[in-house]
Design a protein around this ligand. Structure first.
Ligand SMILES: [Zn+2]
Length: 307
């Protein structure tokens, strides 16, 4: 061991060899680590180069301000502590390029039924500015958004296509007014959408050219404007796709009658006696084939052997 003279000056934190610095960081909680990265450029680099333990982030904004919740706070050692996080700290978590989130969720509390209230609008802007300041795309597997459209779009564009596999979308931006939403081309033409695997749209109806659903392995959408042709294309695509798992479409039961669908899609009772009466098996009776269920305004396609 090299003797250390007591007269030699105490090194500053940033001058410590990385290996010691890492040990210091291991003992700090998340907020202290985030504070430390503000001290100097070098410390910031060290903090940001470490793999983040955070896997899930939930953010809410609206009339009560912005609140951030992290999954690491649910762990036992943190459970009884109160946590608060500024937007600035939240954005600095996102700046870590090694961050890989299983889930990122954003929700709005808004008292206004139509349009955007002042709180949402100013907090949404701060959040958008934060996301726009990031120099890289975020690795997020599942994105859950129930917020204003403009904020949702900003975040969506910052998600790394390919890492982003699942999107649960709640269309709250029109409050409680029943909503029919045309998925904008800005979304369907994006790489984020094209490489998405699972899509769930909650509480509103959409129209989207049916072809834009073909790459999905799993979806649940309400498509009141779906035509017979759309259903046929969807059946063929689901049948031919090797990775397809499940697709559930709610259509308009008044325009499209069940009997007509059975005839056009060539649906017959499933040969498996254990399967219920409502289950119809269309074009392929092999075990790898596509099963179809049809009931009042719903059609459900699935490949039972594609887990
Ligand atoms: Zn609001």
């Amino acid at each position: 061991m090299v003797p250390v003279s007591l007269r030699s000056p105490i090194p500053k934190l940033g001058e410590l060899p990385i290996i010691f610095l890492e040990k210091v960081l291991d003992r700090l909680d998340l907020i202290s680590q985030l504070n430390l990265r503000k001290v100097s450029h070098d410390l910031r680099k060290v903090v940001d180069s470490r793999k983040s333990p955070i896997e899930k982030i939930w953010i809410k904004y609206g009339s009560s301000g912005i609140s951030v919740k992290l999954d690491v706070w649910d762990k036992k050692e943190h459970r009884y502590r109160r946590h608060r996080m500024t937007l600035e700290s939240f954005i600095s978590i996102l700046q870590n390029r090694k961050l890989y989130l299983q889930e990122f969720s954003i929700e709005t509390w808004c008292d206004v039924d139509l349009g955007i209230c002042e709180d949402c609008s100013s907090q949404g802007k701060q959040i958008r500015d934060g996301f726009n300041s990031l120099r890289h795309n975020l690795q997020v597997k599942r994105f859950r958004s129930e917020c204003h459209e403009i904020d949702m779009m900003t975040i969506l564009k910052k998600l790394q296509p390919g890492s982003f596999k699942e999107w649960e979308l709640g269309c709250m931006w029109h409050g409680f007014v029943p909503l029919h939403w045309r998925i904008p081309e800005e979304i369907t033409s994006s790489n984020q959408w094209k490489r998405l695997k699972r899509f769930y749209l909650d509480e509103s109806t959409v129209s989207v050219p049916i072809e834009h659903l073909f790459h999905l392995d799993w979806f649940h959408v309400e498509l009141p404007l779906a035509s017979m042709d759309d259903l046929m294309k969807l059946r063929d695509n689901s049948h031919n796709s090797a990775s397809f798992k499940e697709g559930w479409v709610e259509f308009c039961g008044t325009t499209l009658k069940e009997q007509a669908i059975k005839e056009r899609l060539n649906l017959v009772p499933n040969p498996d006696p254990e399967k219920q009466e409502l289950l119809f098996h269309g074009i392929d009776t092999s075990e790898e084939g596509l099963d179809i269920e049809l009931w009042s305004g719903n059609i459900f396609f699935y490949k039972p052997y594609n887990p």
